[in-house]
Design a protein around this ligand. Structure first.
Ligand code: ATP
Length: 315
């Protein structure tokens, strides 16, 4: 059986608002998600055993059963036991380009690629909706990663409404290599911070629902108004992460000083991104940020918005 190689793009959040609590322990979110061209490559190969094995070239990514790619294959094997019996175990090779623990959904997009890839390899023909339902069992960002492009994500992030593709804007991503933020920490800290505020203001988390509006960003996307897209970027997690990590606040300030269309922290951080109209502008932003912050721990990428989710790698 031939190996299958898939492209697994990262995502950024153009908008992330925490609307409130849910009885299942998750948070109710309103997000605008966007794929970027920075991607991992996942290769699936039948290994002639009954085992699922993960190989990853990045030292911070576990190669055991906690790897989201492993969990995705295990879920497929349990859900489609007949196909698993027929085709046997699989080796999953992850070529990591997406920084880890960065707010760019690196693990989620790897899981999404395994779901799509095993469906192809085993010839099952699962619909995208069914794949996304499976993906939601692994993580809230997995359904978006399968479809990719530009989308509103509500619920805990798994309820998707596609948006028209934003033109080929360029993206500068910046992350301190040694700094990661755990999403669990970010939610916990956000809650604590806001619970203090509720007591002070007599407010409640659930009352914050619809306090902010993603509508202005969505109509800017609808009208392909790049200036407004840049101005309407928003992320609830920024306040706590930038406060906890002043170097990320300084990084965002350095980016903002370069006059991009807009800049924002992605997800629960700590990656900060800037949007630019042209590659030249993006390169200039990256160069200026580098000159203001010459720290070798700071990594910068110039990439583009991407209009696809998981797809087969070109030969
Ligand atoms: P999100 O944006 O969805 O919150 P993230 O980009 O912040 O995710 P990931 O890169 O997905 O974070 O990694 C979070 C943790 O998940 C890592 O510390 C790592 O130990 C673990 N992990 C498990 N599987 C993977 C994988 N395939 N790739 C990267 N990290 C993984």
């Amino acid at each position: 059986m031939r190996p299958y190689s898939l492209i697994a793009p990262a995502k950024i959040n153009l908008y992330l608002e925490i609307l409130g609590d849910r009885s299942d322990g998750y948070h109710e979110l309103a997000m605008v998600m966007q794929s970027v061209a920075l991607a991992d490559q996942i290769t699936l190969r039948a290994n002639g055993t009954a085992r699922i094995q993960v190989f990853c070239d990045h030292p911070d990514v576990p190669a055991d059963q906690t790897n989201l790619a492993y969990r995705a294959a295990d879920l497929m094997a349990n859900t489609y036991a007949e196909a698993y019996r027929q085709f046997g175990g699989v080796d999953i090779r992850i070529d990591k380009q997406i920084p880890v623990g960065a707010g760019l959904a690196g693990g989620s997009t790897n899981a999404a690629a395994v779901l799509v890839g095993l469906d192809l390899m085993w010839g099952i023909g699962i619909t995208q909706i069914e794949l996304q339902d499976l993906g939601a069992q692994l993580g809230s960002d997995v359904p978006f990663c399968i479809a990719g492009g530009t989308a509103i994500a509500t619920g805990r992030g798994e309820v998707l409404s596609p948006l028209p593709p934003v033109d080929q804007l360029y993206v500068v991503l910046a992350k301190y290599q040694s700094l990661s933020v755990s999403t669990a920490w970010a939610y916990k800290t956000y809650r604590q911070r806001f619970e203090e505020a509720y007591i002070r203001e007599g407010d409640r988390l659930s009352d914050k629902r619809n306090a902010m509006k993603s509508g202005a960003l969505v109509s800017a996307i609808d009208q392909a108004d790049h200036g407004q897209i840049g101005k309407r970027l928003y992320n609830d997690f920024e306040k706590i992460v930038l406060e906890e990590h002043p170097q990320v606040a300084a990084l965002k300030a350095a980016m903002a000083a370069c006059d991009p269309l807009g800049c924002l922290m992605s997800g629960s951080g700590p990656t900060v991104f800037a949007l630019a109209e042209t590659q030249e502008q993006a390169d200039r932003i990256a160069t200026e940020v580098r000159s203001v912050i010459p720290d070798s721990d700071l990594k910068l990428w110039v990439t583009q918005l991407y209009h696809h989710g998981i797809h087969l790698a070109p030969h």
